[in-house]
Design a protein. Structure first.
Length: 95
């Protein structure tokens, strides 16, 4: 193998970056109110009220919820904005 071949990202990983196979996941906490989380999802993720409520309820009952899907570069600023509001969020590859 050449050094170029060993330094390349796997094809699947490159494809995920191009096609947006990532999910922004909100994780439950025992600190913030439903209204606070709903407002953050509306402001940061451009959810409408109903979608924000549903995501908040799913997060509360299941422990986490995919709140947005897309390219990694597009999800990073949303994750940082949620973290600035002290909400727990991660970006994971969609299964």
């Amino acid at each position: 193998m050449t050094s170029k071949e060993t330094k390349r990202k796997p094809a699947d990983e490159r494809q995920n970056e191009v096609f947006g196979d990532y999910a922004l996941i909100l994780h439950n906490d025992d600190v913030h109110s439903f209204d606070y989380v709903i407002e953050a999802l509306i402001d940061i993720c451009d959810h409408d009220y109903e979608q924000a409520v549903q995501c908040t309820l799913i997060t509360h009952h299941k422990g986490c919820c995919d709140i947005r899907n897309g390219k990694l570069e597009a999800l990073k600023p949303l994750k940082e904005a949620l973290k600035e509001r002290e909400l727990n969020a991660t970006i994971d590859l969609k299964p």
